[in-house]
Ligand binder design. Sequence first.
Ligand code: MLT
Length: 270
Amino acid sequence: MRVEIRGRTIACDDTGGTGVPLVLVHGFPLDRTIWAAQVRGLAGVARVVALDLPGFGESPESAGSGADGAAAPSIDGYADDVAALMDALGIGSAVVGGVSMGGYVAMAFHRRYADRLRGLVLVDTRSGADSPDARRARDAAAELARAEGAPAIAAQMIGKMLTPETARDREPLRRALLGLMGAQSVGGIVRALAAMRDRPDSGPSIARIAVPTLVVSGAEDRLIPPDDARALRDAIPGARLVLIPGAAHLPNYEQPAAFDAAVRELLARL
Ligand code: MLT
């Protein structure tokens, strides 16, 4: 479905129902379909909402993706979009989950809307800001996207998204992921790279998280390794860590049954 927020359109899936709302934010350079298994598998225990951030999937690019609609893209602006979508869907408070860049958005949501948060699911993500080298790599990736398009970004990233075994033995899954990344808009990619490059350090704020928090990591993630997940678990009061074997950067996509079981356990604790 398409929802008007802050003068623009956000595409989302909303399973409806009376369960606790679970709002899922995709990573880079992906869209809400990365949560397809969760939209199906968790609909019986939660009202699952998966959205496309501006410039990804079916959400058009927007000049106003910054915080409070400002022009510069920002992770805080994406968090504002999540809150505005919740308003539009009549959701007061929710469990917010995000994978990687989506996790940055979930941590920003906590900073900006702690009173609307019932729980957190932080998947293959980290709290720290970009290092100078990482910031330079964002700019190089933006140049590549502008020069050669999304497929070049997809080709650069695919090798780190899945375990070598999955890449070898589950070709349809690998090909679908490559196609998904390669289909994203260059504008959305460039704006997201700037938003990630300039995101603040969430280290100080995550120590104040006061809702049940599940930290998940693919045991074989090389992009954001399990040590980052352990650091999140140690920094967030009461957080629980689940490492998913046979998964790299996208455990919800690569091992959905194990991932969903961990989320069900969190929802049961609420
Ligand atoms: C993602 O998967 O969302 C990105 O790899 C995160 C990042 O580049 O920091």
